[in-house]
Design a protein around this ligand. Structure first.
Ligand code: IVH
Length: 671
């Protein structure tokens, strides 16, 4: 048997790692269920060996979303605890039996409800008005996100009806409906911004955005499930929630009173089907003791109420046959294996392709030709293969091998030491890499060349018109008119976009170049430190590593990039075309690209800065000033005395109207 001291230390280390991946990096590498299994093992070991307990053990903490800065932290009146989890209906039944025993055999009515998969929120109402909204944080203290929460339409700012206590707290979940999540991700994909992995991350990320105007645009919603306070109107949870509904809160109509194990089991079966057609994500059910008196008797453990339990649905998975494995080549040459499948329905969409991640994982899965595979959505946008049904393997089927040569250009692949990815080294002859770099270059957060997306980039390449980024600046109307689907208007749009890109600030030019491992933030930092492209090209690895966030790998990548004659030649052609090659002379430290090309209309009288100062700030932070409101305007920056006609027009077009402080926090967000 393993030594408990060692096993406990190992479990703590692993769980801390998984917590960090989940809460900080948003990149979980195991399922919730696997996480819970490890946590249960640690809990059991710590219980058996109380002498080995440690106040810093992961069993003693509830996950935190604190620490991103920018919000005031406030203490919760009642700590925000979590719920005990189970994955089996039997354990729900056992919990109900335990509860009955603890209540000396009294009759127990329980309430079954949906477990919404969003981010928890606590709202305080005083005299019928929303006083404060606080995130869960570490369970004891959270971030005051009142300004953002006020933008969520389904949350009442003033209560309706009667009977609410003068002071109470209501808890619920801020969620992003599926439709809104898909719209937002489509927009982000178009703008080449990182996608949200699931509606939960999208809701949590949005709630922590420092711009209420942006929050308002993202269509968040909220469902409520817990009322706390001294003078609640009713003696049961169910009735209190119905009262809350009458005050204007969204309370799920799935909430049902249940009186027996049989009714609880039937509820589980019914909801597992019904939840699939809901507009919001749910990850399980919650069962709660209905009577508040009984709840009080049962009380809490250190982490969760004894009067409630969460039943988690297993991640939805589908089983289908592998047709063949193909290999995608990305802009940086990374080769990803993709399983092409017999179409299968999974959580409402038809899945035809799923990721096999990389060679190591493909080998672990041991995929053979024509295998029956299990595919899961697991929160990610791209479904992934999680398992193989080896019992259904076709006799004599050969294992699928990772390619040794690039599927696009035939070059032998190389594997960087210490990394799982195989890479095609032929940066200059490999079509998907070249097209990928062109597509990246024209993207909204880079050179923002209107009228060109992935498809047009591929078309331009195939027609021989654009073989590298610099060729974009030689395009003529006649060239574009030769392309399928192009007419004078669309051609003009591209040419205007190319011309407008000459005023894109230097930081974005650096990002647009596709230097290995140089993302948006790194590009901004190196652009500001170097000041110009000439200087950047002349910097040594030692000088580069002195820049914040630039390690030896990034520094080597930069030096290597500018050592390639084709890259130097492209840079010279961009310079000749008039692309910005340096930071603006004045105030370069304060400038940024946080406004990312968004257009502003300024209106009214301001207190903190003058109109001209705001105009200059918009310019120097990568935004655009426009004279009048149209449907293309992104924001109206409004002072006092803004004309009513303008306000009405902005409202009619759904353009967010923001005040001075919101605007200034927007800039701060990017600093
Ligand atoms: S009750 C004292 N009910 O799940 C316990 N929580 O894992 C109060 N959640 O922190 C929570 N749906 O953010 C409750 N119907 C529901 C829920 C729910 C989602 C979330 C909530 C909680 C977490 C616990």
């Amino acid at each position: 048997m393993t030594d408990p001291v060692q096993r406990i230390a190992q479990l703590r280390r692993e769980l801390n790692d998984h917590n960090h991946r989940y809460y900080v990096l948003n990149e979980p590498s195991i399922s919730d269920r696997e996480f819970d299994t490890l946590m249960h093992e640690l809990e059991a070991l710590e219980k058996a060996h109380p002498e080995l307990d440690d106040p810093l053990s992961p069993t003693h903490r509830v996950g935190s979303d604190l620490g991103r800065g920018g919000f005031t932290q406030v203490a919760h009146i009642h700590p925000m605890l979590s719920l005990a989890n189970t994955y089996s209906p039997d354990e729900v039944d056992q919990w109900l039996e335990r509860t009955r025993t603890a209540l000396m055999g009294e009759d127990v009515t329980i309430v079954g409800e949906l477990k919404f998969d969003g981010t928890g929120i606590s709202l305080i109402y005083e005299h019928g008005r929303l006083a404060r909204a606080v995130t869960r944080g570490d369970g004891t203290r959270g971030d005051d996100v009142t300004a953002n929460v006020k933008t969520i339409r389904s949350i009442p700012l003033e209560l309706r009806g009667t009977g609410w206590p003068e002071l109470f707290e209501i808890r619920g979940e801020i969620v992003m409906p599926w439709a809104e999540f898909e719209r937002l991700n489509a927009e982000r994909a178009f703008n080449e911004e990182p996608l949200f992995a699931n509606p939960r991350n999208a809701a949590a990320g949005t709630l922590k955005t420092l711009s209420p105007a942006e929050v308002a645009r993202r269509g968040l919603d909220a469902c409520f499930y817990y009322l706390l306070g001294d003078n609640l109107p009713c003696a049961t949870h169910y009735d209190n929630m119905q009262a809350a509904r009458s005050w204007g809160f969204k309370v799920s109509s799935a909430m049902t009173r249940l009186h027996s194990v049989e009714e609880a089991d039937a509820f589980i079966r019914r909801m597992d089907t019904e939840r699939r057609s809901l507009p919001v994500a749910t990850d399980g059910l919650v069962f709660k003791v209905d009577s508040l008196r009984q709840q009080l008797n049962l009380g809490f453990t250190a982490k969760s109420p004894r009067w409630a339990i969460a039943y988690k649905f297993a991640a939805e998975r589908a089983r289908t046959r592998l047709r063949f494995v193909s290999f995608d080549v990305g802009r940086m040459g990374t080769v990803t294996p993709v399983a092409n499948l017999e179409p299968v329905l999974l959580s409402g969409t038809v899945v035809r392709r799923a990721s096999l991640h990389n060679e190591d994982i493909m080998r672990q899965l041991d995929v053979h030709e024509s295998d029956m595979l299990y595919v899961e959505k697991g929160g990610e946008i791209i479904p992934k293969i999680v398992d193989v049904d080896t019992s259904a393997r076709v006799e004599g089927a050969a294992p699928v091998r990772f390619v040794s040569h690039c599927p696009a250009c035939g070059a032998p692949l190389v594997r960087v030491e210490g990394e799982a990815a195989w890479v095609c080294p032929d940066k200059w002859g490999c079509e998907p890499q070249i097209v990928g770099r062109i597509e990246h270059f024209v993207g909204r957060r880079m050179m923002n060349i209107d009228g060109i997306g992935g498809e047009t980039a591929a078309q331009l390449y195939a027609a021989g018109l654009v073989r590298g980024i610099a060729d974009l600046y030689d395009l003529t109307e006649a060239d574009l008119l030769r392309l399928d689907g192009f007419g004078p208007r669309s051609a003009q749009r591209v040419l205007d976009g190319v011309r407008a890109s000459l005023s894109v600030p230097f930081e974005r030019v650096v990002y647009a170049l596709s230097i290995p491992n140089v993302g948006e933030t790194t590009a901004r930092k190196i652009a500001r430190t170097a000041g110009s492209l000439d200087r950047l090209m002349a910097m040594s690895e030692a000088e580069l590593t002195a820049i914040e966030d630039v390690g030896p790998r990034i520094a080597a990548g930069i030096v290597e990039y500018f050592a390639v004659p084709a890259n130097r030649e492209a840079v010279e052609r961009l310079r000749a075309a008039g692309v910005c090659m340096e930071m603006p002379p004045s105030d370069s430290a304060a400038a940024s690209d946080v406004l990312g090309g968004r257009s502003f209309v300024i209106s009214g009288v301001f207190e903190l800065h003058s109109r001209d100062e705001y105009k200059a700030m918009i310019e120097s932070h990568g935004g655009r000033n426009v004279g009048s409101i149209s449907k293309k305007t992104d924001f109206v920056l409004a002072g006092s005395n803004m004309g009513p006609a303008k306000l009405e027009k902005a409202q009619k077009l759904g353009i967010p109207v923001i005040g001075e402080s919101e605007f200034l926090s927007m800039l701060q967000e990017g600093q």
